[in-house]
Design a binder for this molecule. Structure first.
Ligand code: C2E
Ligand code: CA
Ligand code: CA
Length: 717
């Protein structure tokens, strides 16, 4: 696995050298800069406002005061004129008071002139003030003279002096003071204009600076946002790519530290996910128990077959389920592994010897089923391969303290006349059909052939003839007797259907029953067989009421909810003891819908008809499941009985099955007993009942009657 660090990580240029690599720093820098600039603008604005307020202060304190003083000068000057007239017209005893008034006014005038001379700085005003002083001096002289004349009692001369000297002097003073006033007013107006201009300037400055700040803040926000959003978008794209399974692409380095850290984590994650995905794929295409490729690997050209195959053999380990159940799963696993390794050895050897192509593939499909896909020059080569496989499997396997036989069934298929690049899927389906055929026939192997498929399809036509067969009595019920192994007495028989087809001749039930089941016509056959069996039981009743007849029931019958009621009605109509009739249900049929089967069997059992499990050991039922079924007989499939006397492993297996059956309170029947040795063996193993050619072949007509007549009369208690 590659480390995210040593891979070639693409780089995205960072535009500014000073731009910090961390988002946190970037935000701090941006906002810090904004705060500093804002403080700057605020302090500048404050400074300018201080200046403006200083100007206003100065104006209020200095200029305005001065203006008021100049105004006061004019007023005092005017006032002194009228005070002098009052003085001259006042009676002598009141003059002292008038003098004080005039003196007071004169002093004020002098005080104002004095303070103005300190304040006025502009030269024009100083000139005016100088002239004012001269006028003041003239007035003072005239005033002295006039006072003397008044004191001397010469009021006429005093009035003349007032008119000719004092008043012109005062007028001149007033003129000058008004000039001063006008000047001051003018000055103040200019100063006000100045202040206003200055104020506007400050306002402009502050507005400008604020706008600049807003622009800068905008730029900073855009720059920061972009520097965060763009790398995040890149991360999002990268995460999407990983989600889509693109593990090769790397997240680019963006120059933003936080984002780069996440990017690095994403790269690491991508590698880890990639690695794990590869492991899962590995596991998905490999069988854990044997280490062989599995069905998916065989069917998936990427993970399995590199070339196309033209031949395929399916090898099925017989009886795996019952071995698992009775000898334990560990034994089952040992057998599967052993078969896998032997088969692998045979396939390797065949490929090396050039019997089949070098790219042959062995896969485990399920349970005990293996497939060999290969290219083969002809069918003969595949036949040789099959024989080798069967030979290698024939040797028993040591499991702990006992040896177990490995029986295998083979289904073979090739592309035949089709071009050689037949899909593995087709080959496999065909081989499965062949395997199915091989299991039905005793040969143990079969080739898939088109002709066979065509025949299979013709069965469908055949099945539609069944309706006719039932109506026009082409069907026959044959009975195969069953014997107690304890007493040797016949205890009853199994009813087997035969079909005498008008044009095809005799048709084996093995041929038409499966197809009748597929189409549902089997219920007609079952009903017909039930009627025949009940009729026979009724005929037997007077002489041999102890005999029973077992009728085979198909899955299709079981699916019909009204079946139990129908059986009950038929039994009642014939007046037969329901315990004399038996129904056989195959183990594999029961397993198709396990829970529903339990319910249906319970319903059937209420009719009083006992039930048997047929072909036991070939299906996939578990012991726990069997325990729930209301059955009373276990019929061990004939494949276990065939040659049992020579196979200690099978004996062990069958013994376990019998013990298990007894443990569940069932009586156990062995099917297909053909020899005395087989009968002796199963008797020794504790089996209760036998059925098979050794006891009797299925019988019909006269042969059946002869057998019945020869039966020992039933012992009356
Ligand atoms: P099955 O129920 O297992 O029936 C026993 C089969 O084994 C019968 O074949 C019988 O002839 C055969 N057999 C009996 N003893 C021996 C023996 O010692 N050696 C050998 N090699 N074979 C022996 P058959 O009659 O051809 O029936 C085949 C299958 O067809 C039956 O297997 C059963 O599954 C089905 N079948 C037969 N009759 C009916 C029927 O009426 N209804 C339904 N649904 N199925 C039926
Ligand atoms: Ca049967
Ligand atoms: Ca059977």
């Amino acid at each position: 696995m590659k480390s995210p660090l040593d891979t070639n990580v693409p780089q995205i240029d960072s535009h500014l050298g000073l731009w910090p690599r961390r988002i946190g720093r970037r935000l701090a820098l941006g906002f810090g800069a904004l705060v500093v600039l804002m403080l700057l603008v605020l302090s500048q604005a404050g400074l300018q406002l201080r200046l403006v307020s200083d100007v206003t202060q100065r104006f209020a304190n200095g200029d305005m005061q001065r203006l008021l003083r100049v105004q006061a000068l004019s007023l005092q000057t005017e006032g002194v004129g009228s005070a002098l007239i009052r003085l001259m017209n006042a009676p002598r005893e009141n003059r002292v008071q008038e003098y004080a008034d005039v003196d007071e006014r004169n002093r004020r005038i002098d005080g104002i002139i004095e303070s103005l001379s300190n304040e006025l700085k502009d030269s024009g005003q100083e000139e005016t003030l100088k002239r004012l002083r001269v006028c003041r001096a003239n007035y003072a002289d005239a005033f002295e003279a006039t006072v003397d004349q008044v004191e001397a009692g010469d009021l006429e001369a005093a009035a003349r002096a007032l008119n000719e000297q004092i008043n012109p002097a005062l007028k001149a003073m007033l003129l000058e003071s008004n000039t001063l006033l006008a000047r001051e007013r003018e000055r103040i107006e200019t100063q006000l204009e100045d202040a206003q201009r200055q104020f506007q300037e400050v306002a402009m400055w502050v507005i400008g600076l604020s706008l600049l700040l807003v622009a800068f803040a905008g730029w900073l926000a855009w720059r920061t946002t972009r520097s965060v959003v763009e790398p995040l978008a890149a991360l999002e794209t990268a995460a999407r790519k990983i989600a889509q399974g693109d593990y090769a692409s790397r997240v680019a380095v963006t120059g933003t530290e936080e984002v780069d850290r996440v990017g690095l984590a994403l790269n690491t994650m991508s590698d880890a996910v990639h690695h794990r995905e590869q492991q899962i794929v590995q596991q998905a295409y490999r069988d854990a128990l044997t280490g062989l490729p599995n069905r998916a690997a065989l069917l998936n050209p990427v993970h399995g077959t590199a070339t196309s195959y033209d031949s395929l053999a399916l090898i099925d380990l017989a009886r795996l389920k019952i071995i698992n159940e009775t000898l334990g799963y560990a034994t089952g696993d040992t057998l599967i592994k052993e078969l896998a390794s032997r088969t692998n050895g045979v396939v390797q050897a065949a490929a090396q010897a050039g019997l089949i192509g070098p790219d042959a593939m062995l896969a485990r499909l399920s349970g005990g089923t293996f497939a060999v896909a290969c290219t083969a020059p002809d069918r003969a080569a595949m036949e040789t391969l099959r024989e080798n496989l069967e030979r290698s499997a024939s040797e028993a396997v040591q499991c702990g303290d006992h040896r177990v036989d490995l029986g295998v069934t083979c289904g073979l298929a090739d592309s035949g006349e089709m071009d050689s690049s037949t899909a593995v899927r087709t080959l496999m389906r065909n081989a499965e059909v062949a395997l199915h055929t091989a299991k039905r026939t005793a040969v143990g192997h079969a080739w898939y052939s088109e002709a066979q498929e065509a025949a299979r399809l013709s069965h469908l036509n055949l099945v539609s003839d069944l309706r006719q067969a039932v109506a026009s009595s082409q069907l026959q019920m044959w009975l195969q007797p069953k014997f107690s192994l304890r007493t040797g007495q016949a205890i009853g028989a199994e009813a087997l259907v035969r079909w005498q087809h008008p044009t095809r001749g005799f048709v084996s039930p093995a041929e038409f029953v499966p197809f009748a089941e597929q189409t549902g016509y089997i219920t007609m056959v079952t009903d017909w067989m039930l009627r025949e069996a009940l009729r026979t039981l009724r005929a037997w009743q007077p002489l041999h009421p102890e005999l029973s007849i077992a009728v085979n029931v198909s899955t299709r019958d079981l699916q019909d909810a009204g079946f139990a009621r129908r059986v009950e009605r038929m039994v009642g109509a014939k007046g037969v003891d329901p315990s004399r009739l038996r129904l056989e249900i195959t183990e594999s049929g029961l397993m198709e819908d396990a829970q529903k089967s339990v319910d249906l069997l319970n319903a059937l059992r209420t009719t009083g008809v006992p039930l048997s499990i047929d072909d036991f050991g070939t299906g996939y039922s578990s012991l726990a499941y069997l325990q729930k079924l209301p059955v009373s007989e276990l019929k061990i499939d004939r494949s276990f009985i065939d040659g049992i006397d020579a196979s200690p492993g099978t004996q062990k297996l069958v013994k376990a099955m019998i013990e298990m059956g007894h443990g569940l309170d069932l009586f156990v029947t062995a099917e297909g007993v053909e020899t005395q040795a087989e009968r002796d063996t199963i008797t020794a193993l504790g089996c209760d009942v036998m059925q098979g050619y050794f006891g009797s072949r299925p019988l019909h007509g006269a042969a059946l009657q002869a057998w019945f007549d020869a039966l020992a009369p039933v012992q009356q208690a």
